[in-house]
Design a protein around this ligand. Sequence first.
Ligand SMILES: Nc1ncnc2c1ncn2[C@@H]1O[C@H](COP(=O)(O)OP(=O)(O)OP(=O)(O)O)[C@@H](O)[C@H]1O
Ligand SMILES: [Mg+2]
Length: 241
Amino acid sequence: MIKAEGLTKVYGLDFVSVDDLSFHIKKGEIVGFVGQNGAGKTTTIKMLAGILKPTKGKVIINGFDIDSSSLDAKRSVGYISDNPDIFLRLTGAEYVNFIADIYGVSETDRKLRMEDMASRFGMEDSLNKQMVSYSHGMRQKMMVIAALVHNPPVWILDEPMTGLDPNAAYELKKMMREHADAGNCVFFSTHVLEVAEKLCDEIIIIKKGRDIYQGTLDKLVEEHKNKSLEDIFIEMTHTNN
Ligand SMILES: Nc1ncnc2c1ncn2[C@@H]1O[C@H](COP(=O)(O)OP(=O)(O)OP(=O)(O)O)[C@@H](O)[C@H]1O
Ligand SMILES: [Mg+2]
């Protein structure tokens, strides 16, 4: 459902932020994207979501090329950025409705989805308050609700758990699993290795823009006997290596 082929991003004249990255995320899968600060996760995610144009390479979302069939590709994506501080003058409900308008979601569907997700996140009483008055976690929850209001098959989430309280993080993880199990896919970056361990079918580890591992966590742990996941990660991603 998400295919990246030779994805490369060069910033400025010669800073290679993402270097010839290829992967394929299939129906039913949750794939975690891990790597140190500055490894190239957000840059990759923005290219997958069609926000940033790759210097080289190709992105296919749900069968659509993000470059040549960008509208169809973007309709298939629910994207959550790493920064929830946007449209703060709007109320949560206004923001969700604004996004629902863009995607042409019917009044009935948007109401149902907004109410369902707001109740899962305990946000019912805050929907009609301006987002400027929200805490970071509340803004993050509204980003999730708005990103998913058009019921996209492909979820691409940049550190979605950051700032969420344990209940909301639990709900989001449950939603991710339900979504993948329903024949869709989820790709998300995280710094929390325990989340990747519990939730992901596979992980991709990136270092200085290059993938250094793709596969299951079981296989990774198997390859590094008697080491904790944290030790393996630190060993593999350490920038002096
Ligand atoms: N607009 C930009 N112009 C120049 N360099 C950039 C730009 N955006 C990102 N970079 C550089 O690209 C590299 C990858 O950045 P990116 O934001 O993709 O990392 P990340 O893996 O998401 O890190 P973090 O874990 O801190 O979120 C970094 O070295 C960063 O400085
Ligand atoms: Mg990032």
